[in-house]
Design a protein around this ligand. Structure first.
Ligand code: TRH
Length: 376
């Protein structure tokens, strides 16, 4: 009989929690033949990511049983493997049922992504709970001693075929309502509100090269609006300032968002899931990290940079680090962008090399399944 898995997702804010768990759930079904239920406490956030879904849920979506995790929990039989994503709190009745289940249950807490050194030491460690069950901490990460990164089978092959086919890229962009601007550097922009944006756009507008900036609807629009002025931006709007052509896109389904990242020469991304997807795109990127109390996120940012910049020349490293710091700490991003352009070919080759190296690691879904098999 195939193993059953329950994944619990509590949507804190934004789309990362549901973005990661939805992607993982689909992959466990599609590539490992598992029976997966995804419990989500904010159906509206799920429907935003998966517009064909019924907001009442409790339906199969791409083989995953997506269920509303309601405040008044109705008892269900726990699965063989239970994942609480990002330390969300499971219903007490469900935990009691796990403890009482005849066949033992593997209980995992899937943690947030970090490139910090301590991750390897903590990955896979158990923690004994008061009811006698052990809960294991599962850390995604960038090294072989971590739980790996979400990456679907065949993703890079698909991505490379798409990038090698100029017609496919143009068709995709046209279907999104984007008319490619001849000779322009294509940039996608997904970020939180960011006061540095105006300084970057100023330099892009005055720069030597045409730039086409595609902005999916989201929190960064308010910063864009501040810089542009004028009437409120709507999906489909286009604006031009000097060399800079801007277009607001709708929020698109995850697989289309991948294609957008693959289509662009440079991707500004945020959070966790879009950050990883931009790495699989094999193109230079800029990360707007999710802000945490006491600037803890800046340590996380530097831990990733220390790892990512390896292999770049000294000048290219300095330019990359300066740009990412400026974006995340309201610094002089315009100057930093101009500096980065000086090492552009190197940054481009490096992005692909980085992607290939990371892809030589087991992916997160595979690592989870292996962990379960070893535990049995
Ligand atoms: O939405 P986020 O900011 O999520 C964040 C992070 O996960 C952060 O670590 C967490 O602590 C916080 O939420 C609560 O960014 P992220 O992780 O990139 O998730 C966005 C998802 O939206 C991702 O799955 C990609 C998807 N997406 C689309 O499907 N279509 C789109 O058009 C865009 C722009 C994004």
């Amino acid at each position: 009989m195939r193993a059953t898995w329950d994944i619990f997702c509590s949507v804190v804010d934004n789309y990362g929690d549901i973005g990661v768990t939805w992607r993982l759930a689909r992959q466990l079904v599609a590539e490992h033949g598992l029976a997966v239920r995804l419990w989500v406490d904010d159906p509206a956030a799920f429907v935003h990511l998966c517009p064909q879904a019924d907001s009442r849920l409790l339906r199969q979506q791409q083989g995953v049983e997506v269920c509303a995790w309601a405040a008044d929990w109705h008892a269900v039989e726990p699965a063989d493997v239970v994942i609480e994503a990002f330390a969300c709190e499971l219903p007490a009745v469900y935990i009691a049922a796990m403890a009482g289940r005849e066949q033992k249950v593997l209980w995992l807490n899937l943690e947030y992504l970090s490139a910090e050194d301590w991750v390897e030491g903590c990955h896979g460690l158990p923690s004994m709970q008061s009811n006698g069950l052990s809960k294991f901490f599962f850390f995604p990460g960038f090294t072989s001693g971590s739980g790996g990164l979400l990456r679907e089978r065949g993703l890079l092959t698909q991505r490379r075929a798409f990038q090698a086919d100029e017609g496919a890229r143009e068709d995709f962009l046209r279907r999104l309502g984007v008319e490619p601007v001849a000779g322009a550097l294509l940039i996608s922009l997904f970020a939180y509100e960011n006061a540095a944006l105006g300084r970057w756009l100023q330099v892009l507008a005055a720069g030597p090269q045409r730039v086409q900036l595609l902005v999916p609807e989201g929190r960064i629009l308010s910063s864009l609006q501040d810089w542009l002025g004028g009437p409120a931006l709507q999906v489909g709007d286009t604006r031009q300032r000097g060399q800079l052509h801007i277009q607001v896109l709708p929020f698109i389904p995850q697989d289309q968002y991948d294609r957008l990242l693959w289509s662009c020469d440079f991707n500004a991304v945020r959070g966790e899931d879009s950050f990883i997807r931009a790495q699989w795109a094999g193109r230079p990127l800029l990360w707007h990290i999710y802000e945490q109390a006491d600037h803890a996120h800046l340590e996380k940012l530097d831990a990733f940079l220390a790892f990512y910049k390896e292999g770049l020349s000294a000048d290219a490293q300095v330019a990359l680090v300066a740009l990412w710091h400026a974006w995340n700490s309201n610094g002089p991003i315009g100057e930093c962008w101009t500096q980065l352009l000086k090492s552009w070919p190197e940054q481009t080759t490096h992005a692909e090399d980085w992607c290939l190296e990371r892809a030589s690691q087991a992916d997160l879904a595979e690592a989870l399944v292996q962990f379960y098999l070893n535990w049995l």
